[in-house]
Design a protein around this ligand. Structure first.
Ligand code: CA
Length: 390
C-alpha cells in the first residue's frame, strides 16, 4: 500500500517542483486510512452486501488500484511503515500493547515532516497505535502526553491513543487527555493505583459486565461501556469515549480542521479511522444498513464519514485542489475477539459463488483487487477533464 501513498506524495511534490509560473496551487492531501478494511468491503471492488456509495464515487472520480499491498498484516507495523517509509521489523515494532511508548524515533524523517518541509500544515485525526510517551518508562496520562505525533511533524492531533479494543478509552488532543478531571486521575496497569479513582469491572471475574457483546477471546480485562478491553484502566470516567459516536467525533474534528485551514495554504490530513476494527460499534442510525450486522454496518458508517469529508471539502471550495487517498492498514479480519454477530465470512459476490472466506490479517488491503483509491477529486466529475496525471 505504501507505494501508492508515496505515489500520491510524488504527485504532490511533482506539482510543487514545477516552475513557479507554471505551478498550480499546491494540492492538499487527505489520507483516509481504514482499519482491517477488506477488498470485498467496497462496492467499487465488488461488495454486494455493503453499500459504499461515497467510496464508489471516489473510485469513479479517480484511480482504483488493483494490486496494492500494505507493508504488514497488523496495525502498528503497517502504520509505522506508512509514516516512516521504513519496515517496522527493522525497529522490532509489533502490535503494541496498551500503554506502550512512542515507537517512532523523534528524529526520524516522517511523512508529516516531508509535508512540513514543503510548506504544508499537518494534522492527524483518529487511531494512532504507535505508542505515546517515552519508549522506556511509564507515561503519566494525567500530565502532558509526549512524545507523540506533535514531536514527529504533525501540527495538530486528535487521537484514539491505541486501538478501540485497548485501554485507555479516552481521546487525546495534542498533549492532553480530553475531559480528564483531576479528582478521577487516569492510570493503566493491573495494579490498583495508590489514589482513589474509578474502578471498572474485570471481565475475567465479571463476564456479565460485557453487555454490549461478549469476548470470543482475549478481550476481557477492563470492561468499559459494556465492552471488554485489552488491558486495565483505572479512573478517567468523565473522559471516556462513547464507542458509538467515535466516528461522529472524528468527523466533527475533521470538519473543524478543514474549515480552519481553508484559504490558509496547503494541508496534509491523515485520518486514521477506527473502523472497521473491533469492537465494531457503528452508531445505531447505521444498524441494519448492510447485510452483515456490526461489521458491515461499521463499513457503511466509514463510507458515510468519507462522504462527509468530501462534502466538507466541497463546501470550502477545496475539492478541485485536494488529493484524497483511501486505503487500509491491513486486510480484513473476521473474528478478532468479540462475538459481534458477524454471520458471513465475505462481503462480495463470492458469497454467491461459494468461494473461500475473507483472509485474516492479509497484507493485501484486499484480496484480488486491493482497496486503494486515489482521487484528485473534482478533476473529472464532469467527465470533461482527465483523472490523476500519470
Ligand atoms: Ca488493522
Amino acid at each position: 500500500m505504501r507505494r501508492f501513498v508515496w505515489l500520491g506524495i510524488g504527485l504532490v511534490l511533482g506539482l510543487i517542483s514545477l516552475p513557479a509560473d507554471a505551478a498550480p496551487p499546491r494540492p492538499n492531501m487527505v489520507l483516509i486510512y481504514g482499519d482491517d478494511v477488506g477488498y470485498g468491503d467496497l462496492g467499487c471492488y465488488g461488495a454486494k452486501l455493503i453499500p459504499t456509495p461515497n467510496l464508489d464515487r471516489l473510485a469513479a472520480q479517480g484511480l482504483r488500484f488493483t494490486d496494492a499491498h500494505c507493508t504488514a498484516a497488523t496495525c502498528s507495523p503497517s502504520r509505522f511503515a506508512l509514516l516512516t517509509g521504513v519496515h517496522a521489523f527493522r525497529h522490532r515494532v509489533r502490535v503494541l500493547p496498551p500503554g506502550a511508548g512512542l515507537v517512532i524515533p523523534t528524529d526520524a524523517f516522517t511523512l508529516p515532516r516531508m509535508f512540513k518541509r514543503a510548506g504544508y500544515h499537518t494534522a492527524v485525526v483518529g487511531k494512532w497505535h504507535l505508542g505515546l510517551g517515552p519508549r522506556r518508562g511509564k507515561l503519566d496520562w494525567n500530565g502532558p502526553i509526549r512524545p507523540g505525533p506533535l514531536e514527529l511533524g504533525f501540527d495538530y492531533a486528535f487521537l484514539l491513543p491505541s486501538t478501540n479494543d485497548r485501554v485507555p478509552c479516552v481521546y487525546v488532543e495534542n498533549h492532553r487527555v480530553v475531559g480528564l478531571e483531576p479528582q478521577d486521575p487516569l492510570f493503566l496497569g493491573r495494579q490498583r493505583p495508590p489514589v482513589p479513582c474509578t474502578e471498572y469491572p474485570d471481565g475475567k471475574k465479571h463476564p456479565e459486565a460485557m453487555t454490549y457483546y461478549r469476548s470470543s477471546h482475549g478481550h476481557n480485562n477492563s470492561v468499559i461501556n459494556g465492552i471488554g478491553r485489552i488491558g486495565y484502566q483505572w479512573g478517567g470516567r468523565q473522559a471516556l469515549w462513547n464507542d458509538e459516536t467515535m466516528t461522529d467525533e472524528f468527523v466533527r474534528r475533521i470538519k473543524r480542521y478543514i474549515a480552519s485551514r481553508a484559504g490558509k495554504g496547503p494541508f496534509f490530513l491523515y485520518f486514521a479511522s477506527q473502523a472497521i476494527h473491533v469492537p465494531r460499534t457503528p452508531h445505531p442510525r447505521f444498524h441494519g444498513k448492510s447485510k452483515l450486522t456490526y461489521r458491515g454496518d461499521a463499513m457503511v458508517e466509514l463510507d458515510w464519514a468519507v462522504g462527509e469529508i468530501l462534502r466538507t471539502l466541497d463546501e470550502h471550495g477545496l475539492t478541485r485542489n485536494t488529493i484524497v487517498i483511501f486505503t487500509s492498514d491491513n486486510g480484513p479480519v473476521y473474528d478478532d475477539g468479540y462475538r459481534d454477530g458477524t454471520t458471513v465470512l465475505t462481503s462480495t459476490a463470492e458469497v454467491d459463488r461459494g468461494q473461500g472466506p475473507i483472509v485474516a490479517a492479509s497484507t493485501r488491503s484486499t484480496k484480488a483487487e486491493p482497496g486503494c483509491l486515489l482521487s484528485f477529486a473534482g478533476r473529472d466529475t464532469s467527465g470533461r477533464e482527465p483523472p490523476v496525471p500519470p
